[in-house]
Design a protein around this ligand. Structure first.
Ligand SMILES: NC(=O)C1=CN([C@@H]2O[C@H](COP(=O)(O)OP(=O)(O)OC[C@H]3O[C@@H](n4cnc5c(N)ncnc54)[C@H](OP(=O)(O)O)[C@@H]3O)[C@@H](O)[C@H]2O)C=CC1
Ligand SMILES: CC[C@](O)(C(C)=O)C(=O)O
Ligand SMILES: [Mg+2]
Ligand SMILES: [Mg+2]
Length: 489
């Protein structure tokens, strides 16, 4: 097996690549989709990203078709049905790839070595090969034929939202890059920009970054705040409520739809707005719980970041790939057996009630976003990238839990995200055991006693100051402003 690419770089290059991130100006997309117009684009894989990216690009006027494995076509697998029922031309590698100008690799990361081995030999000289996540290049050290341009167009969102946002005339923030080792014509970034425009990403904010920065930040976000902590919090908060005698259907609903409702407030006004949705006494309690959670979980977040940077995480996950996914499959089964997954939501909960009765959930989101952001920035990842991988994407993942609990989240996210999510939550659940035992139903399930709403003014001023002056809030204000500007255009 090839060596981990990041680990082969000298320290100076590692730091340069980790910090390589430029938030692009709208004027940089003046050429629109021009660099991809008239080119034959063939997508390999028609799953979560493959189908939705293809639909967007076709609606933007590009020539899109699919190349699937022979068995997927003969057995009429879901990938074949996704592509053919949506009216796309579908064929085998032999039929589709030799005439392709751009081949988009949208198969799961675990399969990328096999995709590279089977797809690349069919590709014509000078064509372009794309990724939506750079694991194969950065962690597996795969080297691609030097005549091929290798680029990345990585939506910072689940595939379902990539399509929904495009249909609204918008898009999702996207990271683009041209791999430094594969840019024979110097045109790579122009093609990446064109594909990003065709998917609507330029409306939402685009980072021109590196394969290294994408991989290290994407893995960190998905393992910790985006998926790992939402899974941990769902299991712990549900069990706590039921243990304290709260009706199971109510507890189920508070969790399943609570993350979505709470994090919707993040989308509009960051952590500040989410905390402002609480009463003053509840905000002070949530702030204090958040600080406690940051103290308890800080080392775990930094361990995940360190293991991602060193390559330890990818080594462990690839060992599981080589072992027939034994850990992944067991963790998936165990998740399906949790009381929360098996519960049925019932009853009515108003929008405000999700905040008032879910104070510890608000504290978990705040702690998780801030810790993930801090760990990424401390490791050399730029704040813009850290913001997308922590605060911005949390509501998009919360939407998936609202649809069908943890099953849906783990189904929609990529294979690397699912593995990392279980890894984090298996460490975080026991770590938070005492914390959860010590809290009461006033912060999860029942809400604070609202007869006394007195607060200490000085304390409230300090809490508000600390919330508003965290770096994730500062960069968030700038990025959200530019997203609404782009939407207006
Ligand atoms: N899931 C997400 O929301 C996000 C994913 N990404 C990235 O996008 C890429 C695609 O991920 P995702 O959409 O989750 O993937 P999926 O698991 O949804 O992809 C499944 C598709 O890949 C095909 N496939 C599986 N194995 C192979 C193989 N060996 N060779 C060729 N095709 C194969 C399947 O076809 P078949 O029917 O033949 O099995 C199917 O069409 C990944 O790099 C991921 O990191 C980036 C951002 C978000
Ligand atoms: C959060 C998980 C993700 O990175 C994503 C949807 O962006 C993935 O790999 O699925
Ligand atoms: Mg991601
Ligand atoms: Mg990912």
């Amino acid at each position: 097996m090839a060596e981990n690419y990041f680990n082969t770089l000298p320290l100076r290059r590692q730091l340069e690549e980790l910090g390589d991130c430029h938030f692009m100006d709208g004027s940089e997309f003046a050429r629109g989709t021009e660099a991809a117009q008239g080119k034959k684009i063939v997508i390999v894989g028609c799953g979560a990203q493959g189908l939705n990216q293809g639909l967007n690009m076709r609606d933007s006027g590009l020539d899109v078709s699919y190349a699937l494995r022979d068995a997927a076509i003969t057995e009429k697998r879901q990938s074949f049905l996704n592509a053919s029922e949506n009216g796309f031309a579908v064929g085998t590698y032999a039929e589709m790839l030799s005439s392709a100008d751009i081949v988009m690799n949208l198969a799961p990361d675990k399969q990328h070595t096999s995709v590279v081995e089977t797809v690349i030999p069919h590709m014509k000289e000078g064509a372009t090969f794309t990724y939506a996540h750079g694991f194969n290049i950065v962690e597996e050290g795969t080297q691609i034929r030097k005549d091929l341009t290798v680029i990345m167009v990585a939506p910072k969102s689940p595939g379902s939202e990539v399509r929904e946002e495009y249909k609204r005339g918008f898009g999702v923030p996207t990271l683009i890059s041209c791999h430094v080792e594969n840019d024979p014509t110097g045109e790579g970034i122009e093609i990446a920009k064109a594909l990003c425009v065709a998917q609507g990403g330029h409306h939402a904010g685009v980072l021109n970054s590196s394969f290294v920065a994408e991989v290290k930040s994407d893995l960190m976000g998905e393992q910790t705040i985006l998926c790992g902590l939402l899974q941990t919090g769902s299991i712990l908060c549900f069990d706590k409520m039921v243990k304290e005698g709260i009706e199971e259907g109510y507890a189920s609903k508070l969790i399943q739809f609570g993350w979505e409702t709470i994090t919707e407030a993040l989308k509009h006004g960051g952590i500040t707005n989410m905390m402002d949705r609480l009463s003053n006494p509840a905000k002070i309690v949530a702030y204090s719980l958040g600080e406690e959670l940051k103290f308890i979980m800080g080392d775990l977040f930094y361990k995940h970041m360190d293991d991602i940077i060193s390559g330890e995480f990818s080594k462990t996950m690839m060992a599981d790939w080589a072992n027939d996914d034994v850990n992944l499959l067991q963790w998936r089964r165990e998740t399906g057996e949790t009381a929360f997954e098996k519960s049925t939501p019932s009853g009515e909960i108003s929008e405000q009630e999700f905040f008032d009765k879910g104070i510890v959930m608000v504290a978990m989101v705040k702690a998780g976003v801030e810790l993930a952001f801090e760990a990424m920035v401390d490791s050399g990842i730029q704040p813009e990238s850290a913001y997308y991988e922590s605060l911005h994407e949390t509501p998009l993942i919360a939407n998936t839990i609202a649809r069908k609990k943890l099953f849906e989240m783990n189904r929609i996210i990529s294979d690397t995200a699912e593995y990392g999510c279980y890894l984090f939550s298996h460490a975080a659940v026991p770590l938070l055991k005492n914390f959860i035992e010590e809290i009461d139903t006033d912060v999860i399930g029942k809400g604070l006693d609202s007869t006394d709403t007195t607060v200490d003014n000085r304390l409230l001023v300090d809490v508000n100051y600390n919330i508003r002056n965290h770096e994730v809030e500062e960069i968030g204000e700038i990025l959200r402003e530019s997203m609404s500007n782009m939407a207006a255009i």
